[in-house]
Design a protein around this ligand. Structure first.
Ligand code: 6R9
Length: 653
């Protein structure tokens, strides 16, 4: 069964919540309607009630929403909490011996942590951070493999009020340096290396290189020994994790912080070359993490949850490091690749650890689907009761495979639309109450006023007409600003509609049932394997190479990655052909991997002598996208200075 964009547009299959599931779900049609009704009648009251119910407050709040500095909205401002207390301490009395984390490394090593053990380790590491001079408000960069210690480091920062900024371990030394400098981090927490794809990812070496290239704010580096392949340590700057915690007590009084205290920064790509440090709050963020793990993942005490995302992405923050712990859930953390030693690894893990709720990205589903049904069928997946996806629109073919082969046709699928900026799910089905349609993220959650509007900001009421996806009211888990750049925050997210609503940067449409269908980004951001990459970022990396004069980057559809990266490059010298072109392609691909990371490597590089530009000098990206897709060019290209360039761009000359 092969589906294309057309059939996505006309998807008509509807899957009702399975009765057995709905009967035990936390929310059913009635309780969901009640929440929606309350949010519609008394928006602030709705959020205040949720915040009082779900969060353990050290100092209760009296202000709900402070709009005095809009669009820098603030929530629950006079309340005080500690996020780590909410994730650990409050479970100790009832769930101290319950498993919090089941960690499995790529080589197969397994380690379990009860809530009591995790609490002790977080406290001990928090004390180590303090002993190294880290204080409330300091920024700490975490550059680690996907191991339990990454979560311990994040929780320890939260415990002492340090603001963490996790940088994905797949990013290069250069990308790391830029983020460290933008955040002004005093410390980097890393590991010697991580296991990924049956190889060692040399994290400490990248940290050394980043610091060598200039990170003036960094005073200390803590190094967890994971791969033990022997890495050089720099006297007085580098400290082994084991040495740092030695002698530190396993109790640490949490630092009570204001609700608005920045829990973390997380860098994400935007329309310009420079990644944005998305700044999140403590209480508002935590609230959505808790609510969505309850509402959308329906997590119960008996569940075993597994979100496959790395902590380097927002999904790994909300659905690994914070949300499941705040609920006192048991979760699986896996270090490595889904295909090591073979394409059955995810299913083997799910079976062995009795996973009940599983959350991954469409790109992983498509990649595993390609390997055939034998892998999943070789493992007992009968414990699964709910499946989720995130990161990009899921094509109906992959949805149906997930439903049939992984979910045994009994598990609802929650397609969750949200962003780094939104902190948690925004549009997603409530699995016991909302029917699903393959490819649609369905309806907005209670308290989230999602809408599709036209250029003027008028709601599009016509079914299936595309427009801008916006959120009409501030919500507690929204980003607070772009770190160090309030102006960019206001312009990017609130500029287009004069501060009236939040612009998500996606286009979307609603069908006759009001279901949302995400159509793609409206800005120059690509979605490669569910990861956001700015075309400008890749272009700047390319032109930073001495041989490159100009570059333009666009995406083209890719059946596993969603989008593939196509780069059109003008060299300073002659346009290379044959083996010269192949050699240059390799050089530039490696260069981009070094500048940004392997995920940003262009799939195709096409050398050209010119780029199609408008008279005002703007690169005609739409044209480049058509060419990248191999489409016949029918649009008007009369404004082009040099039509012969088109043949070169198409690879015909
Ligand atoms: C959580 C996350 C955000 C962008 C977002 C959109 C795309 C995410 C989606 C989806 C269709 C879904 N996106 N979930 N598109 N359906 N269920 O991925 O955050 O890395 O910031 O990316 O991803 O384009 O704007 P982030």
């Amino acid at each position: 069964m092969s589906e294309n964009i057309e059939s996505v547009l006309h998807e008509e299959r509807v899957f009702q919540p399975p009765q057995a599931f709905a009967a035990e779900a936390r929310l059913n049609g009635e309780s969901l309607s009640a929440l929606h009704r309350q949010a519609a009648e008394d928006y602030e009251g709705f959020w205040a009630e949720r915040a009082r119910e779900e969060i353990s407050w050290q100092t209760p709040f009296s202000t709900i929403l402070d709009e005095s500095d809009a669009p820098h909205y603030r929530w629950f401002t006079d309340g005080q909490i500690n996020v780590s207390y909410n994730c650990l301490d409050r479970h100790l009395a009832e769930r101290g011996d319950k498993t919090a984390i089941v960690f499995e490394g790529e080589p197969g090593d397994v380690r379990k942590y009860t809530y009591r053990e995790l609490h002790a380790e977080v406290c001990q590491f928090a004390n180590a951070l303090k002993a190294q001079g880290i204080r409330k408000g300091d920024r700490v960069v975490i550059y680690m493999p996907m191991i339990a210690e990454a979560v311990i480091a994040m929780q320890a920062c939260a415990r002492i009020g340090a603001t963490h900024s996790v940088v994905f371990g797949g990013f290069s030394a250069e990308a790391l340096r830029d983020r460290v400098n933008d955040a002004g981090a005093r410390m980097i927490i890393t590991a010697d290396g991580g296991h990924r794809g049956a190889k060692i990812v040399p994290l400490k070496a990248a940290v050394d290189e980043a610091i060598e290239h200039g990170t003036p704010s960094v005073e200390k580096v803590i190094v967890f020994e994971r791969t033990r392949h022997g890495v050089p340590m720099v006297e007085s700057r580098d400290v082994r994790w084991q040495d740092a915690i030695a002698g530190q007590p396993q109790a640490c009084e949490p630092e009570w912080v204001d609700a608005e205290h920045p829990l973390f920064l997380l860098y994400t790509s935007g329309s310009t070359g420079k990644p944005k440090g998305i700044q999140h709050s403590s209480a508002g963020y935590l609230l959505q993490a808790i609510l969505t793990n309850k509402w959308v993942f329906d997590l119960h005490d008996r569940d075993v949850f597994w979100c496959t995302a790395d902590v380097g992405w927002i999904t790994g923050h909300t659905y690994v490091a914070y949300g499941p712990l705040a609920l006192g859930a048991t979760q699986v953390i896996y270090e490595g690749a889904p295909t090591v030693p073979d394409g059955g690894r995810f299913w083997k893990l799910a079976a062995e650890h009795a996973v009940t709720v599983f959350y991954t990205a469409p790109t992983a589903i498509r990649a595993l689907m390609k390997l055939g049904d034998a892998f999943p069928q070789g493992h007992d997946l009968s414990r699964l009761r709910l499946l989720g996806t995130v990161g990009e629109p899921i094509n109906p073919e992959a949805w149906m495979w997930y439903h049939r082969v992984i979910g045994g046709e009994r598990c609802p699928i929650v397609d969750t639309w949200w962003q780094t900026e939104t902190g948690g799910h925004m549009i997603a089905p409530i699995p016991g109450a909302v029917a699903t349609k393959p490819g649609s993220c369905t309806l907005a959650l209670p308290g989230i006023l999602a809408d599709v509007v036209d250029e003027q900001g008028n709601t599009i009421t016509e079914a299936d007409r595309g427009g801008y996806l916006v959120i009409r009211k501030p919500w507690p888990s929204m980003l607070r600003t772009v770190w160090g750049d309030d102006e960019r925050y206001r312009k990017t997210y609130w500029g287009m509609f004069d501060g009236r609503f939040y612009l998500a940067g996606d286009s979307a449409r609603r069908d006759a049932d009001g279901y949302f269908w995400i159509m793609g980004r409206i800005d120059d951001v690509l979605n490669v394997s569910g990861h956001r990459l700015g075309t400008m970022e890749i272009e700047s990396a390319l032109v930073a190479h001495e041989a490159v004069a100009e570059a333009a980057v666009v995406g083209r559809p890719h059946d596993v990655k969603g989008e593939a990266i196509v780069a059109y490059v003008i060299l300073r010298g002659e346009r290379p052909t044959g083996t010269d072109a192949d050699a240059m392609t390799k050089t530039l691909r490696d260069w981009v991997a070094k500048e940004i990371g392997p995920i940003a490597k262009p799939d195709d590089i096409r050398f050209t002598e010119g780029l199609p530009k408008t008279r005002s000098g703007k690169i005609m990206r739409r044209l480049l996208r058509s060419i990248a897709k191999g489409e016949v060019i029918t649009s008007d290209i009369s404004t082009l200075e040099n039509e012969a360039v088109i043949a070169q761009l198409q690879g015909k000359a």
